[in-house]
Ligand binder design. Structure first.
Ligand SMILES: [Cu+2]
Length: 106
């Protein structure tokens, strides 16, 4: 294998590592909304929701693959998404609050 090829492979590996090492993706729950409303993460990524409102909210997956308890102020809920797909969720207390987690290979 020549040096150029190795360099190319190395940068691909580094790019993949950088993606995986981004740490948990945070969704803020504030003013009765999920922000950002849509996020895209790589398989195996952890997503953390934090409730900044003074009222309880939940994070409830439409397919029920992830469902939080009622989150009080400053409570957080985390879930690791292993499989690719589009995961729509809502707040069970306020069903008009919706969001989506897209899980895609980088
Ligand atoms: Cu809510």
């Amino acid at each position: 294998m020549n040096v150029w090829k190795m360099g190319g492979l190395l940068s691909v590996c580094l790019a993949a590592a950088a993606w995986a090492d981004k740490g948990p993706q945070v969704v803020d729950i504030s003013k009765f909304a999920f922000t950002p409303k849509e996020i895209t993460v790589a398989p195996g990524s952890k997503v953390v929701w934090i409730n900044h409102d003074e009222v309880p909210h939940t994070v409830s997956g439409r397919d029920k693959s992830f469902v939080s308890k009622a989150l009080d102020t400053d409570d957080r809920y985390e879930h690791v998404f292993d499989k690719e797909g589009d995961y729509a969720y809502f707040c069970a207390v306020h069903p008009y609050m919706t969001g989506v987690v897209h899980v895609r290979k980088p």
